[in-house]
Design a protein. Structure first.
Length: 283
């Protein structure tokens, strides 16, 4: 079932397949009233939309998804209603993008020294022009573009073994904490929300971030079971947090009519009475 609002989707400005304009048109076609493009560590999609207004009759909440690692568990923090021109936010995202790129390079060099790959880092950079944030997916994308093959290993397996940052052996170069991200989102006038809290892997960490200042939980997400959805809804209610939800849409692949089996706006907010949407009236 298509939702009233989908507050978690990605565009071509990060790792999505649809342009910001296409996302707005998809929302219109599916009768979705509100969306938020939450690209990884960038608000460039929203800057593009500000210069190129769409006539889709769809409201777009400025958003972003910041990526962190805590104890080899992925931690994603969404920021809604942010000032997309915030200098402090931009500096943090640039610095974090540089740290992610350096982490990827370090793991790339480790695989190279181990004789796993005979590909050059310079080629990865060359085939990702203008990218300030080079994660492992950009490495395998470059290799795929070159038709690079590994003996006895698919590129997807290479990614899982050497570029998946939740692996214990992954080298992670970072100086930012979740507290920094929460503070910066708030400084940019935004609302910090923990994305798909199940993926944190530790509800004590979730509760710690709530105590620090997180203002919402992404209760509705495709990765959550019915029991997990109920658990995080109760947690949000007990702590007087905003309830959000989204499909985590990345686009249609060539071999699959939906992203990882997820239909467009198949997960999200069913109606417009959620507090996170009430704020649209004051923007």
């Amino acid at each position: 079932m298509v939702r009233f609002a989908d507050l978690h989707m990605h565009s071509t400005y990060s790792d999505g397949r649809n342009t910001p304009s296409e996302l707005c048109m998809l929302a219109k076609e599916h009768n979705v009233k509100v969306i938020s493009i939450t690209d990884h560590d960038t608000v460039d999609a929203h800057k593009w939309l500000a210069k190129n207004p769409q006539n889709a009759n769809v409201k777009v909440i400025p958003g972003v998804e910041i990526t962190l690692l805590a104890n080899h568990k992925m931690l994603h923090i969404l920021g809604y209603y942010i000032d997309i021109h915030s200098n402090k936010l931009e500096i943090m995202m640039q610095n974090m993008g540089a740290e992610i790129t350096e982490s990827t390079r370090l793991n790339f060099e480790k695989a190279y020294r181990s004789g796993i790959i005979s590909y050059s880092w310079e080629r990865v950079v060359e085939l990702n022009p203008g990218e300030s944030r080079l994660g492992g997916s950009r490495v395998v994308k470059a290799m795929g573009m070159d038709g690079y093959k590994l003996p006895g290993m698919e590129l997807a397996e290479l990614y899982q073994k050497y570029f998946l940052c939740t692996n214990p052996s992954y080298i992670w170069h970072t100086t930012h904490t979740a507290y920094d991200v929460i503070d910066t989102i708030k400084a940019a006038g935004g609302i910090p929300v923990i994305a798909h809290p199940k993926s944190v892997g530790d509800d004590n960490t979730v509760l710690d971030l709530i105590r620090y200042g997180v203002q919402g939980l992404e209760v509705y997400h495709p990765s959550h079971s019915h029991q997990e959805t109920a658990k995080y809804l109760q947690m949000a209610t007990e702590n007087k947090l905003y309830v959000t939800g989204g499909s985590d849409w990345h686009g249609v692949s060539d071999n699959n009519p939906s992203h990882m089996g997820r239909p467009f706006a198949g997960t999200g907010l069913e109606h417009g009475d959620y507090g996170i949407l009430d704020l649209l009236r004051f923007k």
